[in-house]
Design a protein. Sequence first.
Length: 547
Amino acid sequence: MSALTQSTAWQALEAHHREIKPLHMRDLFEQDPERFEKFSERSTGLLLDYSKNRITEETMKLLSNLADECGVLKARDRMFAGEHINMTEDRAVFHVALRNRSERPMMVDGRDVMPDVRDVLNKMRRFTQDVRSGTWRGVTGRHIKTVVNIGIGGSDLGVIMALQSLRSYQRDDLSPRFISNVDSSHLVETLRNLDPETTLFIVASKTFTTQETMLNATSARSWLVKRLGSGAVSKHFVAVSTNEEKVADFGIDTDYMFPFWDWVGGRYSTWSAIGLAIALVIGMDKFEEMLEGAHAMDEHFRTSPIEHNMPVIMALLGVWYSNFFGWSTHAVLPYDQYLTRFPQYLQQVDMESNGKRVDLEGRPVDYSTGPIVFGHAGTNAQHSFFQLLHQGSWKCSMDFIGVANNHHPLREHQTILLSNFLAQTKALMRGKTEDEVRAELKAEGLSDEKIDLVAPHKTFPGNKPTNSIILPLVTPFTIGQLLALYEHKIFVQGILWNINSFDQWGVELGKELASEIKPKLMGEVPIMDEDSSTAGLIHYMKRLKKE
Ligand code: F6P
């Protein structure tokens, strides 16, 4: 057994779980009208209501003990101190420096990184101003109207999500597009109807070696060169990377390379120059407001005690359900159309960070780690998978993200949206008993026979836990807060599970095998040393290709 599951705090939680399991939240709310006040936290306009969870004050005390015993606050302080907590890659995990808006130095390896961070922000500001004002023009002298971000994973998901979320801050004459998938359809469809004279490509890649991004960038460059000639590349291609040599090899003027550093993990890089497309499309001031929002959450995380620390509370609740209830799925359900891409973005941050099977000492863990994260925007999601959330046999924890105000106050749209938000969390908490269903059906005049038939199907067990996170409005600041909230939640869970949340070796094997398989698919080498399924599929695909 691992030290974690043997720890006093863990054992106490196991015993406590046996007491909590039979309790229904409906009763807990009836017994205690103060639940909302007791189990909610606020920070710079953001509210976390976690009262609709299967917890009592005792649960939160025992969970806090777990955080204490696992050294969460010490680990947090080590991150903010720039220590090399990413031990397999021997790197600091220091994205908090990218959004440090205070005068505090941020030290890595004995050096304050803030002057470099500010230099890059200034360089981004100058460039975005030039492009947005029309000072920077394409090779034929026309203004830039489209920014195409070429990147994948952390060099794509955060940028798309932020720009989708902040669409109402976008100017009509400057819009973003994205190429990430190596599938040529993505490139062709993205470039369809684009005017090369008014298009600016950002090649966004931390390593500048990622196969998909490099091939997409090469194809995009050919598309441009074919139409405007090779002299156009310097006016239509810029790069964001840590790898100056590769950027130069690709033919991009390194004066227009926006650097970042190895202490910025790919999935935390939206705050770095990877956010250049965001800054171009909504303006540098708005991008910096996003940093401000993240910084506000960083400060909350850095200074709040465990029992009032939102990321810590969310992390502990996640562990409560994953490890004690045995539910390893977590749904994220934003009730704002602008946040549609948020669950997808979060999948990488959470699943790439905590999808780990060994602990820091390299021993296989005997408890579940990162959950499966999924979700979609409400109310649409209500009409797809909510049936399973309410009545399915699969259990999961859920975050509902509600936004009080809408950028487009139109008739009663927002009131209906929020009513649905509130109704769902209430329904999931209370459920509907079979007695209540039977009484309703009787009042409708149904026969006893019909009631017997239908009642079990119309019964809702309830007792399904939800967090409600409320933002005043989707703005650059609140998006920054929200993202940082989840980043820190995921960080804390990694500490609790004693895993390294900062590497991603799990993506490597497939990459290696893909490069071995490629020459076989191309017929350059014989199909030997393959299992019969892979060999059979290669042969089958090659045959189809010829036909
Ligand atoms: O998916 C693996 C990964 O390494 C991510 O962590 C990263 O965000 C992505 O690939 C892209 O890498 P790069 O920015 O180096 O192209």
